[in-house]
Design a protein. Structure first.
Length: 279
């Protein structure tokens, strides 16, 4: 098999707030769209519903991943400062009804995502989001390989690996996240030409540089494991561990924010859980 090159990117979302810390829509203020993102240093920004979305150029190293993320965040900070706005790392926000009347505020997701365990499409209750004036913010991670089709189960194993290496430890930090009632269930993904988009995490990993670097290194370790075992038709380590825990039980831990259970698994299997303190 040819040597694989790993790239890691993301499309993380942030809520904007005015000087009184009232949630404020990004509509018409940030610029950029799914079809035509606004290019900035390190990547791009765009308006996604009422959130601001960050995109980075795919990174080859943890250092690149952190720098490009910070560069795009700084560009966003500069753009919204001119409107007397700032952002916060929150994954769930209620808005005043008048801020959600635009057509853009009523658009949810460009494509469906799927559950890797059931292989069924995830169904989102957008009617409740509309009714309760709620929006959520994710921190989706994009994993790319030069040859993502090297094995029929490659993408499946990558998604499950992301759950084990990232979704499980982040559960300790996220706790009982209201976002998971709508988005971010265990094993949420979209298939991409270059690999996968892992859609379970919130934006909490944007909190500091240590967690950002940790995300890249976790993806790197997981991918190494997949590339070591799958070509020989052997189960990667994380798939064996998920089987030991039980797929249903494992999903419940992530979906229900069972912090103690998540912590115990991380501790028992020697998995580092990052902290939310400043870098």
């Amino acid at each position: 098999m040819p040597k694989q090159i790993l790239t890691v990117g993301h499309d993380a979302e942030l809520f904007l707030y005015d000087e009184d810390n009232n949630a404020y829509p990004s509509v018409g203020l940030v610029g950029g769209s799914k079809a035509c993102p606004r290019e900035v240093n390190g990547g791009a920004v765009q308006e996604d519903n009422v959130m601001a979305e960050l995109n980075i150029e795919p990174a080859l190293t943890a250092k690149q991943f952190v720098k490009r993320t910070n560069d795009v965040m700084e560009s966003l900070r500069t753009i919204i400062k001119s409107h007397s706005l700032h952002y916060k790392i929150m994954d769930f926000q209620k808005f005043e009804p008048e801020f959600l009347k635009s057509e853009q505020a009523k658009q949810f997701g460009c494509d469906p995502d799927y559950n890797i365990y059931s292989l069924q499409q995830n169904v989102v209750n957008t009617k409740l989001l509309h009714k309760d004036n709620i929006r959520t913010a994710g921190g989706h991670i994009h994993v790319g390989l030069t040859e993502p089709n090297f094995h029929p189960m490659a993408r499946s194993s990558l998604v499950k690996g992301c759950d084990w290496y990232i979704g499980l430890p982040l559960t300790v930090l996220e706790g009982t996240s209201q976002r998971k009632s709508f988005y971010g269930q265990a094993g949420s993904f979209r298939q991409k030409e270059y690999g996968i988009e892992y859609r379970t995490p919130s934006n909490i990993w944007l909190s500091n540089d240590n967690i950002k670097a940790w995300v890249f290194e976790q993806i790197k370790a997981m991918t190494f494991d997949v590339l070591h075992y799958l070509p020989n038709n052997e189960q990667p380590t994380h798939e064996r561990r998920i089987a030991d825990v039980g797929e249903d039980n494992f999903q419940d831990i992530i979906n229900c924010g069972l912090v103690d259970d998540a912590w115990d698994l991380c501790e028992n299997y020697g998995m580092h859980v990052p902290t939310l303190g400043t870098s």
